[in-house]
Design a protein around this ligand. Structure first.
Ligand code: AMP
Ligand code: ZN
Length: 110
């Protein structure tokens, strides 16, 4: 499958890893939009929020446990978690991912 994040999971494309376990990977966004900008992804390919089902949703709960842990480790108390679903919402990589944004005052959602 031609998926850049599956390639990052497989180690075929390098990333600056923040956290990894059997089911979840987190790495620094290559084009940071905030002082802290980390992507947290399930290792399994899920195309986006629209593809979350009862069969795969457990990993999403785990993603959010990891998000809380990473935010604490990064020292950000206030932060934003964003996932874009679909091209019109700004999704450019069609592998479910959650942006952790923090380290500055974030302002209103656009
Ligand atoms: P989205 O636009 O919500 O689909 O987010 C995709 C994010 O992936 C963007 O913020 C990109 O900067 C980021 N990105 C794309 N390629 C890489 C890469 N090789 N390593 C790290 N982040 C990446
Ligand atoms: Zn993928």
């Amino acid at each position: 499958m031609d998926c850049i994040f599956c390639k990052i999971v497989a180690g075929e494309i390098p990333s600056k890893k923040v956290y990894e376990d059997d089911t979840v990977l987190a790495f620094y966004d290559i084009e940071p939009k905030a002082p802290v900008h980390i992507l947290v992804i399930p290792k399994m390919h899920i195309a986006g929020c629209h593809a979350i089902t009862p069969e795969n949703s457990a990993v999403v709960a785990h993603v959010f446990e990891v998000i809380a842990q990473i935010a604490a480790e990064q020292g950000v108390k206030d932060y934003r978690v964003v996932t874009n679903n679909g091209a019109d919402a700004g999704q450019t990589v069609h592998h479910l991912h959650f942006h952790i944004l923090g380290g500055r005052v974030l302002g209103e959602m656009g």
